[in-house]
Design a protein around this ligand. Structure first.
Ligand SMILES: Cc1cc2nc3c(=O)[nH]c(=O)nc-3n(C[C@H](O)[C@H](O)[C@H](O)COP(=O)(O)OP(=O)(O)OC[C@H]3O[C@@H](n4cnc5c(N)ncnc54)[C@H](O)[C@@H]3O)c2cc1C
Length: 485
């Protein structure tokens, strides 16, 4: 019997756990280590952030779900990886620290035969002074509890506007190197929608601020889509949406500092600006969660296993090259560590080989370019590929048997632009592949037959359906395997 330890029970880690439980749960031991008691369908936090859903609707108790399976769930966080064991025992192990209230702070060593790092991002609010809900002046929708607080503050603004006051809302990214523009994009439109529904939109100035070179970049170098026989780009699509809804935008911006009611930012041309606000939701930059790694003798090998960003190095080509020489082949396929064959990283936890968008710096040398997104669908696709490879390696395969390169897969994203059964809308976008491949698709880097965008009420219904489908699937209710990931 082998033991597979999965660090992180988010979208990717829980997907690995679900499938391994189904395929090998009876023959092998599956241990899931994750610090939060509750699973969160993060995309629906947007609706918690505007009061359209409750925290309970977007989360559920993980221990309850794993109780029905063979998975051994530990409410704890991974602290360090010891892929060679130590001087007393050569078996690899991971050190975890419990967050379960009854055992809080206790450390334990869990030996493993295979380890999957699915720890997602550290929400690095500390990178920008004054950013974030805990020590700063902006709100967030990155966790369900953050979103709840965001809605609380949003409703206060609505009340003030109902009394006739004017308000400025600033939504976007809180640092020059952020990813996840899509989440902020959804949130700004949902705020716009809520203000319209409340009859106070005319008293609001709504401003988008982001590190994208152009609107619609989304960290993917933008997209081209074919609509009605014409090729249009994501910039036109995104700008049209903003113009239609009277939303102003600032791009090429690095938020340097946030004070109460004032954002300080720098733009690519090297100039510095200030933007007053009453309410601001800015996405923080992401980093790895800070796992350390040690060799058999206790020597720190974190730099060998992880990239400087804290994300784990996998089978990507990390050789630094100029933008013009980037290739689809640089992107990882199996997510196996190049140094330890029984170590994998999936979802946001793996280190991308480089950006997807063109690297940019301001004239002061400040990087202002979006980091590559690793959204839900690719994260789940990687997780399934790794689960399949592990199943086969447990049965004797020498190396990973399945691949899921972001340069060879498509992704669909349904971005809510307002939640309402009849007046809701969402932008439905698909891209293929996620990472442009200019060798295969010389003109636009993507297959335009499989890359499109559309906005409308049907998108909202689809987004709602996805919410209930994914929560049903994640709860591992009967027939979950039949549902798409
Ligand atoms: C507001 C918002 C909206 C979004 N909307 C969409 C959308 O509409 N569509 C879409 O495709 N994507 C969306 N995304 C992106 C999507 O949420 C991510 O792609 C996805 O969650 C990544 O999965 P993951 O498993 O890598 O990370 P996560 O889902 O973040 O999971 C990481 C897990 O690891 C745990 N963990 C952290 N540290 C440790 C540790 N030390 N040890 C063990 N476990 C640890 C965490 O608690 C968590 O359970 C959105 C993101 C945000 C923030």
């Amino acid at each position: 019997m082998s033991r597979i330890v999965i660090l992180g029970a988010g979208i990717s880690g829980h997907t690995v756990a679900r499938y391994l439980n189904q395929w090998v749960g009876k023959q092998h031991e599956i241990v899931v280590v994750s610090p939060n008691a509750r699973w969160n369908w993060i995309p629906s936090n947007i609706w918690v952030g505007v009061g359209q859903m409750t925290e309970e609707q977007v989360t559920f108790d993980l221990a309850e779900v794993y109780k029905k399976t063979s998975v051994d769930f530990r409410q704890a966080k991974g602290v360090s990886i010891h892929p060679e064991g130590d001087t007393s025992d050569a078996r690899p192990f991971v050190t975890v620290e419990y967050t379960l209230p009854a055992k809080a702070g206790q450390q334990e060593r869990i030996a493993y035969d295979y380890l999957v790092n699915a720890t997602g991002p550290k929400l690095n609010f500390g990178a920008t002074e004054g950013l974030g809900p805990d020590h700063g002046h902006t709100v967030s929708v990155c966790t369900a509890s953050h979103a709840l607080e965001a809605n609380h503050q949003l409703q206060q603004q609505v009340e003030a506007m109902k009394r006739g006051e004017q308000r400025t809302f600033v939504i976007g990214t809180g640092h020059g190197t952020c990813t996840c523009q899509g989440a902020a994009f959804e949130y700004i439109y949902n705020v716009d929608h809520v203000l319209r529904e409340a009859g106070v939109r005319d008293q609001a100035r709504i401003v988008w601020i982001s590190n994208e070179y152009e609107l619609g970049d989304f960290g993917m170098g933008g997209v081209h889509i074919e609509r009605g026989g014409y090729i249009t780009n994501g910039k036109t699509f995104a700008e049209s949406l903003m113009v239609e809804r009277d939303i102003e935008w600032i791009v090429r911006a690095h938020v340097k500092k946030v004070e109460a009611g004032k954002i300080h930012y720098e733009t690519l041309d090297g100039s510095f600006h200030e933007l007053p606000f009453d309410f601001s939701m800015l996405i923080p930059p992401f980093a790895g969660v800070g796992l350390k790694a040690y060799d058999r003798g206790g020597e720190d090998i974190t730099a060998k296993v992880f990239a400087p960003s804290g994300f784990m190095k996998v089978d990507a080509d990390y050789t630094p090259r100029p933008y013009a020489q980037w290739s689809a082949d640089d992107w990882p396929r199996t997510y196996q560590s190049p140094v330890y064959r029984n170590l994998f990283a999936v979802g946001i936890a793996f280190a991308p080989p480089h950006l997807i968008s063109k690297p940019m710096q301001s004239t002061n040398g400040t990087p202002i370019n979006p980091a590559p997104p690793r959204t839900g669908m690719p994260s789940a696709a990687m997780a399934i590929a790794v689960a399949k490879s592990l199943r086969d390696m447990l049965a004797g395969a020498e190396k990973p048997t399945h691949q899921a390169s972001m340069a060879r897969m498509g992704a669909a994203c349904v971005a809510s632009t307002g939640s309402h059964l009849l007046r809701g809308t969402a932008a439905t976008m698909t891209v293929f592949p996620v990472v442009p491949d200019y060798r295969t698709y010389p003109e636009y880097g993507r297959d335009l037959h499989l890359t499109f965008g559309e906005i409308g009420l049907a998108g909202h219904w689809m987004k709602s359906l996805l919410h209930y489908t994914f929560i049903y699937q994640a709860k591992m209710k009967p027939g979950w395997q039949l549902l798409p990931d």
